[in-house]
Write a protein that binds this ligand. Structure first.
Ligand SMILES: C[S@@+](CC[C@H](N)C(=O)[O-])C[C@H]1O[C@@H](n2cnc3c(N)ncnc32)[C@H](O)[C@@H]1O
Length: 245
């Protein structure tokens, strides 16, 4: 399937934003568009995925895996939380933690992880495992919502700017239900500056691109501005390439 929208572009960002606004009412449409968009991004950096092995780590209910399969990839979902899998996960889904994938070294042509890094306590160990299962020269797609992003507090955003506990309490008061995320348990304060420094210092991957995943313009420039990037990037997309061993 060809690219739907130019990336970055205003049309694309608006389409994604509209889909996010309707996420609760129409999750199918929202995640289908997000999957299409992410698969387009992978192909823009690495060529068609058809015939390649794609490993989707922390892929939730499997929209991304399904999209990669539609494009002819041998795509597999690895998700540790059975509650996230939904009623009909892709065939062959493996319940597994991203820290310890049941895969041999270098099996994946593409290792894909969307919005998982901020949910793990030790992002660098998680990245080591993604790198381990990727073949030398293979592509690693990692995106995450950083803590100081307006969406950093997830369902209790943007009130996280006033403190996580206060934001959680407000969420419960307003909705009458407990928030899904607790800072330090299943959501962690990941910052762009620190992550970039750590990733650039690694010897198992090189950074092909560091950009805002959703921004319509200045998507790379915004990531270069210390301080501002923590507020303005929203979601950092890292395209990494596995170094030869
Ligand atoms: C916000 S959801 C993102 C789901 C999907 N990747 C997406 O972009 O829509 C975060 C996912 O990370 C998964 N996750 C949390 N800790 C993980 C770990 N240690 N290894 C792999 N996945 C993990 C969660 O179970 C959940 O499915």
């Amino acid at each position: 399937m060809g690219r739907r929208f130019k990336d970055p572009s205003l049309r694309r960002s608006l389409a994604l934003f509209r889909a996010f606004l309707h996420e609760q009412g129409d999750p199918e449409a929202c995640y289908a568009l997000l999957a299409l968009d992410a698969a387009d991004q992978v192909e823009a950096y690495d060529g068609p995925v058809a015939g390649r092995t794609v490993v989707d780590v922390g892929g939730g209910s499997g929209y991304f895996t399904e999209e990669f399969r539609r494009r002819g990839a041998h795509a597999y979902l690895f998700e540790p939380d059975v509650r996230e899998l939904g009623a009909k996960p892709p065939d062959g889904t493996v319940v597994a933690d991203g820290y310890l994938l049941p895969l041999s070294d270098g099996v994946a042509d593409v290792t894909f992880s969307s919005n998982v890094l901020e949910h793990v306590a030790d992002p660098q160990t998680f990245l080591s495992e993604l790198a381990r299962v990727t073949r030398p020269g293979g592509l690693i797609y990692v995106s995450f919502t950083n803590w100081l992003s307006p969406w950093g507090g997830h369902e209790w955003a943007p009130w996280h700017y006033l403190g996580a506990e206060r934001a959680r309490a407000r969420y419960r008061r307003r909705t009458g239900k407990a928030a899904k995320h607790t800072l330090g348990e299943n959501l962690f304060a990941v910052h762009i500056g620190a992550t970039l420094r750590q990733v650039r210092a690694r010897d198992d991957v090189t950074v092909v691109a560091a950009r805002s995943r959703y921004w319509p313009f200045l998507d790379r420039a915004v990531v270069k501005a210390p301080g501002i990037r923590e507020l303005a990037t929203w979601n950092l997309l890292l395209i990494l390439r596995r170094c030869p061993r």
